[in-house]
Ligand binder design. Structure first.
Ligand code: ACM
Length: 393
C-alpha cells in the first residue's frame, strides 16, 4: 500500500469544481454529486477499510485558478487523483500539471472530443455520444439550416466545428456562427436575436455555457420566437442552467445527454432521490452530476482492485471494471480512456422539466476522434440495438 496514504489512513483525493463564477451552478452539482458518492463509499466502510478524504478547492470558473489549485493538490496536498473540471478551458489548464506529476484527472463533463491524455479519464459524452444523436433528431424534426451561437472559448469553437460537419453531411447550411463573452448578459445577445430574425434558421445550436444561458433563453422568448417550430438545441443547457430560467423561457427547447433527472429507471430514480434527499427537493440533477457521481464509484472500485491509488496501478484496473451508473452500465475504453455511455434526447416541457423524446436504449462506444463521422453509424457496443428515429425511414 502507498506509504503516504497508509500514513494518512485515508485515500486523499483532490476535488476541483467551481462554487463561484460563470459555471458555478452546474459545477456545484458536480461537487455535490462527488461528495455524495464519497459519503456512500465511506458509509459502506471505505475502500479497503480506509475512507476517501476529499481535499476541496473553489477554482472560481477560472482556468488560472484551476491550474494553481491543481499544482497545490499534487504538490503540497500530495494527492494522486483529482476529480474535477467543467469547461474545457479549465481541463486544458489542469492537464499539463496532472501529466507532469504522472497523476490522474477524472473529468465528468461532455466536451468537444479530439483529445487523449493517458492521465485523464473522460466520463462525460464525446461528440459521437451526443452531437450526432442530437443532430439526427433535429434534422428529422426541425430541418437542417442551423445558426450557431456559443460562449467565447475552446469548447464552443470545436463543438460548432463538429456540428458544422454534421449539418453539411445532411446537405444543410450554417446560416451564421456567433460568439458572446463567457459572462454575457441579455444585451450581448441582441446581435444574435437580430440574426435569427433575419436568417430564420430551423434550429439555433447553442454552445453558450453557465449563467449566460438563462439570459439567452429569456432574450429569445422576449423576441417572440417559437421553440415549437424553431428550438434552441444545446448540449450545455442542463437541469442546472434551466433552474436559473422561468419555465416559460425553457419550454420547447432541446438537449441530448446520457442522463436526465426525469429518467425513470430504478438506478436513475435511486440516484436522483439520494441527491435530492441530501441537497433539497428542488436541487437540479444534470448529466454532469451523474458522471461526477459514477466516476467516483469507478475510481473506488479500481483502487480496491489495485490496493493503491497510484495512477499506474489503477489505470489497468479501470479498463476491467463496469459499474451500474444511474444512466445504465458504464465502463472505460482501454484504448482512449473515455466512457461507454447511453445517449438520449429530451425536450423541455411547460414545467421546465426534460421529457425524454428519444431513448434508443443502446450504449455507445466512445469515439473521441470521430473516426466514424457518420450520422447513420454511431454504432453501439452490442448492448441493445439502435432503434430508428421516430419518423426515420
Ligand atoms: C465544456 O466546456 N466541455 C462544456
Amino acid at each position: 500500500m502507498d506509504d503516504v496514504l497508509q500514513a494518512a489512513r485515508a485515500w486523499r483525493v483532490g476535488v476541483l469544481f467551481s462554487q463561484t463564477g460563470a459555471t458555478a451552478s452546474v459545477e456545484r452539482t458536480q461537487l455535490q454529486a462527488t461528495l455524495l458518492a464519497i459519503d456512500e463509499i465511506n458509509a459502506a466502510g471505505g475502500v479497503l477499510d480506509m475512507p476517501i478524504e476529499p481535499v476541496i478547492y473553489d477554482p472560481a470558473s477560472d482556468p488560472k485558478h484551476f491550474r494553481s489549485h491543481a499544482e497545490r493538490l499534487l504538490g503540497l496536498d500530495k494527492v494522486r487523483l483529482i476529480f474535477g473540471c467543467y469547461m474545457s478551458s479549465t481541463r486544458k489548464a489542469v492537464l499539463p500539471v496532472v501529466e507532469s506529476h504522472r497523476a490522474l484527472l477524472f473529468y465528468p463533463t461532455l466536451y468537444e472530443g479530439f483529445e487523449y491524455s493517458r492521465n485523464c479519464i473522460y466520463t462525460g459524452a464525446a461528440p459521437n455520444q451526443n452531437s450526432v444523436q442530437l443532430a439526427r433528431y433535429l434534422f428529422e424534426h426541425y430541418g437542417n439550416r442551423f445558426l450557431l451561437i456559443g460562449s467565447n472559448y475552446v469548447y464552443p469553437y470545436e463543438s460548432n466545428r463538429v456540428m458544422t460537419d454534421l449539418v453539411r453531411q445532411a446537405g444543410g447550411k450554417i446560416v451564421n456562427e456567433l460568439y458572446v463573452p463567457l459572462s454575457a448578459r441579455e444585451e450581448h445577445f441582441a446581435r444574435a436575436i437580430k440574426e435569427i430574425g433575419k436568417t430564420q434558421p430551423d434550429v439555433i445550436f447553442s454552445t453558450v455555457v453557465g449563467r449566460s444561458t438563462a439570459a439567452f433563453y429569456r432574450a429569445y422568448r422576449a423576441a417572440g420566437f417559437d421553440p415549437v417550430r424553431q428550438p434552441i438545441a444545446s448540449l450545455t443547457t442542463s437541469e442546472a442552467e434551466v433552474a436559473e430560467m422561468t419555465a416559460e423561457d425553457a419550454e420547447g427547447h432541446i438537449t441530448a445527454a446520457p442522463f436526465f433527472e426525469t429518467l425513470g429507471t430504478a438506478a436513475a430514480r435511486r440516484f436522483t432521490a439520494a441527491y435530492k434527499a441530501r441537497y433539497g427537493a428542488d436541487a437540479p440533477v444534470p448529466a454532469a452530476a451523474e458522471a461526477a457521481y459514477f466516476q467516483v464509484h469507478l475510481a473506488a472500485a479500481a483502487i480496491a482492485r489495485a490496493g493503491s491509488a497510484e495512477p499506474e496501478r489503477i489505470l489497468p484496473e479501470l479498463a476491467e471494471i463496469e459499474v451500474a451508473a444511474p444512466q445504465g452500465r458504464v465502463r472505460i475504453d482501454r484504448d482512449n480512456n473515455h466512457a461507454y455511455l447511453w445517449p438520449r434526447v429530451a425536450r423541455l416541457d411547460a414545467r421546465g422539466k426534460f421529457q425524454i423524446v428519444w431513448n434508443p436504449g443502446v450504449r455507445v462506444r466512445p469515439d473521441p476522434y470521430s473516426v466514424v463521422q457518420s450520422l447513420g453509424d454511431w454504432s453501439s457496443d452490442g448492448i441493445g440495438v439502435p432503434s430508428a428515429l421516430p419518423g426515420a425511414a
